[in-house]
Write a protein that binds this ligand. Structure first.
Ligand SMILES: Cc1cc2nc3c(=O)[nH]c(=O)nc-3n(C[C@H](O)[C@H](O)[C@H](O)COP(=O)(O)OP(=O)(O)OC[C@H]3O[C@@H](n4cnc5c(N)ncnc54)[C@H](O)[C@@H]3O)c2cc1C
Length: 519
């Protein structure tokens, strides 16, 4: 029998870039490495700065923060965060439509049968009630109320999750302080060049404008859209998904806080894209994500500014992007995270989540000095699937529509879909089942929310929904609606909850002190 020996730990890791992705990676690696002797550097450039947007998240961020031992109230105060129960979509299925994609369930599962089948049956008997009326999370959002989920899984009050809306630049700084006190070495400077090993093609060092250089075994490229090492040094290539997700610009503008403070993000479909509204404690984030083929910048700016629901605090700032992903996220000794790895547009707030996913996979498949090629290909397989699943889910919003009022909406109606999405839609139409994917952050309740919210109804429902006589079903459904209404009535206002749990930032606490009746 051969002798088993320990593999050799990396001597050093260099994180390139100090945006949200860079500092999330630094904080997580500092914790992962614990007492190891591996040194971790993070190089960032004040001159270049960060992308400066990214405000809405998914519930998984809570486990990321908890894993780092972060206190929720302290984090919320530091990042001007609010709670997020989901996203309200307006004008997507058709003009005038409105639905919420909640982080939670509708009603309760009945003997293994998803609740929406019961709703479909009741609807076929003429019930006018919305599916949203059976969701505690949606109804809380509609009334600007919030509480944390209960832990007893049998209760309605445990049927949802939540995320945050925060200032991602402040989040980066918050993580930076933790990472630096945990031993991460921060280097300020602009990277201007790199050297590659003639044999392996690995990056061996990076050079800064002032002549210093940093050498490491592993590089985590968090340099933003430019992908300094993954593309600049290694020429990995980019899989362009603009045919499916053609939006390529965004105009972002902050506006005054709007009260009462909504515990949800809003995404309103527009003529050539969609507009976000994200409530933070100190301001509201707004932006128009649009397709430059269908609208010019000036018209997009006008459309954005005329649809703000509080006064703008600055001029809109334009950002450009190409939807898609790097052909490999891990190439040789470089792993790309965040915008350096790819970008799919912010419709379902997935970018920060994909950073988190990339960090978790990296920690699981963490390399030693041999850089086993199997780890690289497994990492790339998993991340490619994660990106593809998100792409399909985003695309569903654009194609599940009756809209054809502008050129962009007509473009989507004529589109040939990826096979993976085509199959998913067909299975749904057949009898309301959501085929589970391997990987992918969005589980069946999210797909059901968008299908139903955008009027893609299945041809039939599960026959188990016929088990109860119709009057008994009516009675049961009514009692669910009443339970939801009662629970919502007993839930505090979102802003009161933020104050009560000690999460109000200074700006928000000052408002509460001077306007006690606003909540
Ligand atoms: C319009 C828009 C809206 C978005 N909304 C959301 C959202 O609601 N939710 C969400 O999850 N995500 C959102 N995102 C994505 C989110 O902003 C990013 O995923 C996140 O901020 C991570 O960015 P990053 O750290 O990868 O890159 P960046 O923030 O661009 O950071 C790059 C870092 O690299 C450094 N750097 C670059 N070049 C050099 C160099 N030569 N030398 C030294 N340092 C260098 C920079 O200084 C900086 O520190 C949005 C993105 C866009 C474009």
């Amino acid at each position: 029998m051969g002798k088993t020996s320990g593999s050799e730990e990396l001597d050093s890791i260099c994180i390139v870039g100090g945006g949200t992705a860079g500092w999330m990676a630094a904080a997580a690696l500092a914790q992962r490495l614990g007492r190891s002797t591996t040194r971790v550097f993070l190089v960032e450039s004040d001159e270049i700065g960060t992308v400066g947007v990214g405000e809405a998240t998914l519930p998984h961020i809570r486990s990321f923060n908890e894993g780092l031992g972060i206190d929720e109230a302290a984090f919320m105060r530091a990042t001007e965060a609010t709670f997020k129960l989901g996203i309200e979509f307006r004008d997507w299925g058709k003009l005038g439509d409105r639905y919420t994609h909640p982080f939670g369930d509708y009603g309760r599962m009945e003997d293994g049968l998803s609740f929406h089948h019961l709703w479909l049956r009741l609807r076929s008997h003429g019930s006018p009630c919305r599916l949203d009326d059976y969701s505690y999370a949606v109804r809380m959002a509609e009334e600007n109320r919030f509480t944390r989920p209960q832990t007893d899984p049998g209760t309605l009050q445990s049927s949802f999750g939540y995320a945050y809306q925060f200032d991602s630049t402040l989040y980066g700084r918050f993580l930076r302080d933790r990472a630096v006190s945990a031993g991460i070495e921060r280097v300020e400077g602009r990277i201007v060049d790199w050297t590659l090993d003639g044999g392996t093609g690995h990056v061996t060092s990076i050079q800064l404008a002032d002549g210093r250089s940093v050498a490491a075994d592993l590089y985590v490229d968090c340099s933003g859209f430019r992908g300094l090492l993954i593309e600049g040094a290694l020429e990995t290539g980019y899989e362009n998904w603009q045919d499916w997700l053609p939006c390529d610009r965004a105009l972002a503008v902050p506006s005054e806080v709007r009260r009462p403070l909504p515990p949800y993000t809003q995404a309103t479909a527009r003529s050539a894209g969609w507009q976000w509204r994200i409530p933070l404690q100190h301001r509201t984030g707004n932006g128009y994500v649009y397709c430059s083929e269908f609208v010019d910048e000036e018209s997009a700016r006008e459309e954005l500014l005329s649809n703000l629901d509080s006064p703008a605090l600055a001029d809109p700032r334009q950002l450009r992007f190409t939807t898609g992903r790097r052909r490999k996220f891990w190439n040789k000794n470089v792993v790309a995270l965040g915008l350096a790895g790819g970008f799919l547009e912010p419709l379902e707030s997935t970018s920060i989540h994909l950073v988190q996913e990339g960090i978790a996979e990296l920690i699981e498949l963490f390399p030693d000095r041999d850089f086993h090629p199997g780890d690289e290909s497994e990492y790339n397989r998993r991340m490619a699937l994660n990106f593809e699943r998100v792409r399909d889910f985003l695309l569903l919003h654009y194609v599940a529509t009756e809209r054809s009022d502008t050129e962009m909406w007509r473009y989507f109606r004529a589109m040939r879909l990826p096979d993976s999405l085509e199959e998913k839609i067909e299975a749904w139409r057949h009898r309301g089942h959501v085929v589970a994917y391997e990987f992918g952050v969005f589980l069946p309740p999210s797909w059901i929310a968008v299908f139903m919210g955008q009027n893609v109804l299945p041809r039939s429902y599960d026959c188990r929904a016929e088990r109860l006589p119709i009057d008994a079903l009516r009675y049961r459904m009514k009692s669910v609606r009443e339970d939801v209404s009662k629970a919502v009535g007993a839930t505090p206002a979102h802003e009161s909850f933020i104050s009560a749990c000690g999460a109000a930032s200074e700006s928000s606490a000052a408002h509460v002190r001077t306007n006690p009746y606003d909540l």
